[in-house]
Design a protein around this ligand. Structure first.
Ligand SMILES: *Cc1c(COP(=O)(O)O)cnc(C)c1O
Length: 224
């Protein structure tokens, strides 16, 4: 895949957008129903600016601290930037995350729901919340177990948290479509309509399976 990546950021962005549109059309969906989250982790502000200049507005980071260092000046310059947190979130960082991010994709346990509810009670901000599901039931992966999803959603509802979507990272090196389809099924059963799934290697497949948010890093920024 890396061999197909164009060498300037504008061309990479155009190529990813084209692929999203092509796969959306193939699936009978509107390209505009898929949000491209440009994952800029490990890349500095200089690497991000060309994509902002090319019109990209939605970005993602996986560490609160790195985002706090990088984004406030960029956001001040371009106020309609939307920032998504896609990594594991420690409960003691919940307030910082709510203050900075417009979406949080890694809600995966009752203790974090409690911490987020506390943070939201103090602040006016209402980031979109995605529950991460350990879709391949992998020991080492984050995310709530499939069997625990209904109880976790109930906990969120009890705490007054609106859950907007489900998120997953399928197992590496196997066909991802069945996992994306399973996440779509779980969302449907729970009355949830946003799906955060698909990365550089599989975002086209994810769009075919109903992704509303694809999280693409390497195909936009090059290797980390
Ligand atoms: C890094 C990361 C991505 C982007 O991965 P690429 O393969 O570089 O596109 C997407 N989602 C999460 C949760 C990540 O940590």
């Amino acid at each position: 895949m890396a061999g197909d990546i164009p060498d300037n950021p504008e061309a990479r962005l155009a190529s990813v957008r084209e692929e999203i549109a092509r796969m959306a059309k193939k699936a009978g969906r509107e390209p505009g129903d898929v949000t491209l989250v440009a994952i800029s982790k490990t890349h500095d502000a200089e690497a991000v600016r060309p994509l902002i200049a090319a019109g990209q507005r939605v970005f993602g980071e996986n560490r609160v601290q790195e985002a706090q260092d990088k984004w406030p000046p960029l956001k001040a310059a371009v106020p309609d930037i939307e920032l998504h947190l896609v990594g594991q979130l420690q409960s003691n960082k919940a307030e910082d995350a709510v203050a900075l991010f417009d979406a949080i994709h890694g809600v995966d346990r009752p203790s974090l729901i409690k911490a987020l509810a506390k943070a939201l009670a103090k602040m006016e901000r209402r980031p979109l919340l995605f529950v991460q599901v350990n879709i391949g039931e992998e020991e080492q992966k984050g995310g709530c177990a499939i069997a625990d999803l209904p109880a976790l959603l109930e906990k969120a509802a009890d705490a007054g948290l609106g859950i907007s979507g489900l998120m997953c990272i399928p197992p590496a090196d196997v066909e991802p479509a069945p996992y994306f389809a399973l996440l779509a099924k779980l969302a449907k059963e729970s009355g949830i309509d946003r799906l955060s799934m698909g990365m550089s290697g599989d975002y086209g497949t994810a769009v075919m399976c109903g992704a509303t948010h694809v999280r693409v890093g390497t195909a936009l920024f090059g290797r980390r």
